[in-house]
Design a binder for this molecule. Structure first.
Ligand SMILES: C[S@@+](CC[C@H](N)C(=O)[O-])C[C@H]1O[C@@H](n2cnc3c(N)ncnc32)[C@H](O)[C@@H]1O
Length: 262
């Protein structure tokens, strides 16, 4: 039976005051994100397919584990995860995305949407009694945790989330799957890709765009970060643990680390 659509004692307002949705995440709507899913961009479609496969097939004994989707959006990958995992906890702060997430998962008995801030990860898992979590940060969500800019060193919220994820997963002997887009592919793939859902993110702003840093920007204030090789190494260093797999595609980079005893 599904419990806790909204975990008691949490309010969205409270969570927002604590850290806030970054400016880019304010652009997301369930309707707009459908255009991402249905994008005609072949590289994006390939990325989504490979990513879903990595998350659903790459975790050993998934059927005994709880997957925790951080920044779950409108539930794009919840159904796939619900088929392989014991349980799925889907954390989303944006009100409209959370509505879409609830609607989309209402018939999935092992999926619990949680309307809270990702930074409340430790408390959420404690309150829900989750042990040995598989923490999932899909589709470049790290880029929009807090405010996006050209350098990981100037994205304290993103860095803090990585540290929180490590602390939680390490303590519980869990795992992390993190999926990112590569700076090297921003110019060749990114601009065309964002063009297929510009109603949600806006028209590109070529004055603010910085391909070398991996910064995508639009005239309506949406920004995303595609990660440089040295930033990916730094992310790997912050997460620590034992590397289970790294999928290093032309456009994307998917890292799976484990903290379980061997
Ligand atoms: C790039 S979208 C990806 C959505 C989903 N993971 C997917 O793969 O389809 C990032 C999502 O993270 C959410 N988000 C951003 N900051 C958050 C935070 N601090 N707490 C919870 N969700 C957050 C955004 O609202 C957005 O829905």
């Amino acid at each position: 039976m599904k419990v806790n659509k909204l975990v008691s004692g949490s309010s969205t307002t409270g969570a927002k005051q604590e850290a806030g949705l970054g400016a880019s995440s304010e652009h997301y709507t369930t309707a707009g994100y459908k255009t991402v899913e249905n994008s005609s961009n072949p590289s994006l479609q390939k990325y989504m397919a490979v990513e879903q496969e990595a998350i659903t097939s790459g975790v050993k004994d998934a059927g005994s584990k709880t997957f925790v989707d951080i920044g779950a959006g409108n539930g794009r990958i919840e159904e796939a995860m619900s088929r392989v995992a014991s349980k799925v906890v889907a954390i989303e702060l944006n009100d409209d995305m959370f509505k879409g997430l609830c609607e989309r998962t209402k018939l999935l008995p092992n999926v619990t949407p949680v309307h809270r801030n990702a930074h409340d990860l430790e408390n959420i898992l404690l309150e829900m009694g989750v042990q040995r979590p598989v923490l999932v940060l899909a589709q470049n969500t790290l880029a929009v945790i807090g405010d996006t800019c050209a350098d990981l060193d100037e994205m304290p919220e993103a860095r803090r989330l990585l540290e929180e994820m490590r602390a939680v997963a390490e303590r519980g002997g869990g795992e992390i799957v993190i999926s990112l887009l590569k700076q090297e592919a921003l110019e060749s793939m990114g601009v065309a890709m964002y063009g297929t859902f510009k109603d949600m993110v806006g028209e590109p702003d070529f004055e603010k765009m910085d391909y070398g840093a991996g910064l995508f920007a639009t005239k309506s204030g949406y920004q995303s970060k595609w990660w440089r090789p040295e930033e990916r190494e730094e992310i790997k260093r912050i997460l620590g643990g034992r590397v289970a797999t790294v999928l290093d595609g032309a456009n994307f980079w998917i890292l799976h680390v484990s903290y379980a005893d061997q």
